[in-house]
Write a protein that binds this ligand. Structure first.
Ligand SMILES: Cc1cc2nc3c(=O)[nH]c(=O)nc-3n(C[C@H](O)[C@H](O)[C@H](O)COP(=O)(O)OP(=O)(O)OC[C@H]3O[C@@H](n4cnc5c(N)ncnc54)[C@H](O)[C@@H]3O)c2cc1C
Length: 400
């Protein structure tokens, strides 16, 4: 086998690592090029949905390890900031639909660490840090990326290239693939605190969405902290938004009369909704944030990306082994693009609108409807199938 008989993966985030580990465990040599000097540990996704966990069962025991590093959330809650809980959703209604009728709450970097550890003894898994991919190209039967390395510019060839290099994907940009969509006016501020919100609000679940016409928020439990997500701006000065004074004020708004709050992490980011025009460009395939991004309300970005990795790599294994024509990869694009456009984008945009509804009549209507759904087990299950991404996956599976 020539050295270039491999798949080259750009980016060692949760999507690139899942794809690479899946291929390597199917005896396909992989070369992963990561710009950073180590695996990223920034605080981003922390919610793992049931179908993602079902897929991750492929890596024997990894779901248990993720749960062991985090916590299992059998319920999640929708609340009104003024009046309290609207509905507490019980995921056990999905027990016949998934092997994991719950969410796991744990930071996304734990998956990349676990996969990296598992790949340590797999000879044909080659991960190189400090390799910043700058572009991608292809000819008849080869594809490649170029990358800046400590030894200068390198060209790395394989049979296929997977662009898992995140929202600013150099692979996608170098191929001029459009990445159209919108950017929200507000920034999203995330604060992590060791303060125990279950003191003032004992009925909290590990995942809580708070609707409010002025300041909606999300309160998420990870193993050693609560993470609070607020919209900010567009008029607020972000330097001021991060001052201790302002941060304390906002947290005190969530738990009036409490504080001071021990803030262990704070950051803000701009939020986009975008989907790439194409996921397959010949021998080059896009997955994860390189192919689609959305707001984090509903926790679908990383989950959707990992689902891309499985959908893509199952097909790529069949092509590699000569068991399927490469046209099966066009089906990857059809299925996963439609999932992003018709399901993830719509769900996350709707989630934001519901949380920020300013019309009190509409807000009340939405909450009454949610309560009616929750009171009817069949409708509640349908609702949970959608919010857990199972319904979207089933629809995508039906696409030829
Ligand atoms: C605050 C926040 C909360 C979120 N919460 C959730 C949630 O609860 N659930 C959920 O599903 N999603 C959530 N998301 C979205 C989620 O974080 C992303 O969808 C996910 O990280 C995408 O994974 P990825 O591997 O595609 O890209 P990334 O995680 O961005 O990984 C890309 C990797 O490629 C590397 N890279 C970048 N450029 C290059 C290059 N040129 N060459 C080589 N390497 C490169 C990067 O260093 C990185 O390691 C959240 C996002 C944010 C910001």
């Amino acid at each position: 086998m020539a050295e270039t008989d491999r798949v080259v993966v750009a980016g060692a985030g949760p999507v690139g690592m899942t794809a690479a580990a899946y291929l390597a465990l199917h005896d396909i040599p992989v070369l992963v090029l990561e710009a950073g000097d180590d695996l990223a540990t920034d605080l981003r996704a922390s919610t793992w949905h049931p179908p993602t966990l079902d897929m991750l069962d492929f890596f024997d025991g990894i779901v248990g390890e993720l749960a062991g590093w985090g916590l299992i959330a059998p319920t999640w809650q929708y609340r009104d900031r003024e009046t309290g809980p609207v509905v507490t959703w019980d995921m056990s209604l999905l027990r016949d639909d998934t092997g994991h009728p719950y969410r796991i709450q744990t930071e996304q970097w734990k998956l990349t660490r676990l996969l990296h550890r598992r790949m340590a003894d797999v000879q044909h898994f080659d991960l190189r840090f400090g390799h910043e991919v700058t572009g991608a190209g292809q000819d008849g039967d080869r594809a490649w990326v170029t990358a800046n390395t400590a030894d200068g510019i390198g060209k790395f060839e394989g049979r296929w290239v997977i662009g898992g290099d995140g929202a600013n994907s150099a692979v996608r940009r170098s191929l001029d693939v459009a990445y159209d969509g919108l950017t929200f006016p507000e920034l999203f501020l995330t604060l992590s605190t060791s303060f125990e919100f279950r003191g003032p609000m004992p009925d909290l679940t590990p995942v809580n969405y708070f609707a409010d016409p002025e300041e909606w928020l999300v309160l998420l439990r990870v193993v050693d902290a609560w993470r609070v997500l607020f919209p900010t701006g567009p008029d607020e000065d972000m330097e001021f938004a991060l001052t201790d004074e302002r941060v304390q004020e906002r947290l005190a708004g969530v738990a009036p009369g409490c504080g001071p709050f021990d803030v262990v992490h704070k950051t803000y980011y701009r939020v986009h909704q975008r989907v790439a025009d194409r996921y397959r460009i010949g021998r080059i395939l896009l997955a994860g944030d390189a192919a689609h991004i959305n707001n984090p309300l509903g926790g679908m970005g990383m989950n959707g990306g990992i689902q891309d990795a499985f959908s893509l790599c199952e097909k790529l294994v069949a092509v590699w082994r000569g068991e399927a024509e490469d046209s099966v990869l066009d089906r990857y694009e059809r299925q996963r693009r439609q999932m992003a456009l018709d399901f993830v984008q719509q769900s996350t945009i709707r989630n934001r609108e519901t949380l920020m509804e300013t019309d009190p009549v509409q807000r009340q209507k939405r909450h009454d409807e949610m309560r009616r759904i929750a009171d009817d087990p069949a409708r509640a299950r349908e609702f949970l199938l959608r919010s857990s991404m199972i319904a979207g996956l089933r629809e995508a599976e039906a696409i030829p």
